[in-house]
Design a protein around this ligand. Structure first.
Ligand code: NAD
Ligand code: TDX
Length: 351
């Protein structure tokens, strides 16, 4: 059946993969992509779908109540998949209020428009909140986050996403708004902005620049191929239980330093450089403030109930990611021109 779906943040990293997936797999859906095009949003991420008849881009801010109201009045929006956010932990340490504004207030503005325009018919409508495992805080050497874990956010980014998730649940309980939330671990793949670890390492190796590793590189992250996250979002969007949460992860934990060395080895091979050349660029820098030690996800619920499985091995995914960045120099140049340099110099003190 046809639906009009508002996807927020569709010009960003994960959002552009979600838009591409839904536009291509569901020609009967009308996809509206609402994005402010901040430093992280880029319409070049979507050139392959922009001409399709079931896709429309709208530039705008999710915190702008008048704009959101006018969109709900103009289009008969059946569902929202909400990804727009300030997403980088280090930036949240520099400028926490920007995160509160977009992530908390922006989510509240969207929820409120849904409340006013939907009659709480769970068959017809859905507000899908795309969230992160960081809301659960930091793990020690053992254990996993699951749908039952307590919220314990520790960075301004994580706290702002936690605040947004709480609002989503509050709208479910108070107004019976049909909602669903998923909390996913670290994504990687094409179109990720090179402030995040994996694309930053690839770019710096290519340019023979120091690779900044925070602290001793002992922190652990679980990594998931971005399209596997998108496949999970598709399943949850269509079959997830209203009012509930799904945790998503790749069962693929890496210590940062091991991951960086792994990328170094692959880059040496792909660039035809002598073994060990890239590793020499590794530079240990001041640790991130409040750096979460370990994230790991128990994704058994979505596997069991919705039949989801990651489809791309990490070796394959990293190799594809490196190939993508090496063959998209122009994209990389565009996104790192302008204010990127300013951010980089503020963020990294490398002597
Ligand atoms: P991103 O930073 O690449 O993209 C965010 C997008 O939101 C950009 O296109 C930006 O222009 C847009 N945006 C920012 N502020 C806006 C505003 N006020 N109004 C409208 N649009 C605005 O982020 P990402 O890594 O693709 O993450 C997308 C979502 O997924 C976020 O909600 C994030 O919390 C969540 N998430 C990310 C990861 C990850 O590993 N990257 C993991 C789990 C969850
Ligand atoms: O230069 C770096 N050096 C370094 O050692 C950068 C940018 C990061 N790191 C470390 C910090 C983390 O332990 O690498 C790890 C990964 O860092 P990021 O790529 O910044 O991701 P993270 O902080 O784990 O958060 C990501 O995953 C959850 C996304 O940015 C969030 O949006 C998502 O919610």
């Amino acid at each position: 059946m046809g639906k009009t779906i508002l996807i927020t943040g569709g010009a960003g990293f994960i959002g552009s993969h979600v838009v591409r997936w839904f536009v291509n797999h569901y020609p009967q859906y009308q996809i509206l992509n609402l994005d402010l095009l901040t430093y992280a949003g880029n319409l070049e991420n979507l050139t392959d779908v922009e001409h399709l008849p079931n896709y429309r881009f709208i530039k705008g801010d999710i915190t702008d109540e008048h704009l959101i109201e006018s969109l709900f009045a103009e289009y008969s929006i059946d569902a929202v998949i909400h990804l727009a956010a300030e997403s980088h932990v280090d930036r949240s340490i520099m400028d926490p209020l920007a995160f509160v504004r977009t992530n908390v207030l922006g989510t509240a503005v969207l929820l409120n428009a849904c409340r006013q325009h939907w009659n709480a018919d769970p068959e017809k409508h859905l507000f899908y909140q795309v969230s992160t495992d960081e809301v659960y805080g930091s793990l020690g050497p053992t254990g996993y986050f699951s749908e039952h874990s307590k919220y314990d956010p520790r960075s301004p980014y994580a706290a702002s996403k936690a605040g947004a998730d709480h609002l989503v649940r509050a709208y479910f309980h108070t107004y019976q708004l049909p909602v669903v939330i998923s909390n996913c671990s670290n994504n990687y793949g094409p179109y990720q902005f090179p402030e995040k670890l994996i694309p930053l390492v690839i770019r710096n190796i290519q340019q023979n620049k120091p690779i900044p590793v925070y602290g001793k590189g002992e922190n652990v992250r679980d990594w998931l191929w971005v399209e596997d996250h998108v496949r999970a979002i598709d399943l949850i969007f269509h079959h997830g239980k209203r009012g509930e949460t799904y945790t998503i992860g790749g069962n693929n934990e890496w210590k940062n330093i091991d991951l960086v060395k792994f990328i170094c080895r692959l880059m040496d091979e792909k660039l035809g450089r002598a073994p060990g050349s890239s590793e020499r660029l590794i530079t240990f820098v001041k640790d991130r403030a409040g750096h979460d030690q370990r994230y790991a996800i128990d994704a058994s619920r979505i596997r069991r109930e919705l039949g989801w499985e990651p489809s791309v091995s990490f070796e394959e995914g990293i190799s594809r990611t490196i190939d993508w960045y090496l063959s998209h120099q122009q994209w990389l140049e565009h996104v790192t021109s302008g204010t990127y340099q300013q951010y980089y110099e503020q963020q990294y003190v490398i002597r």
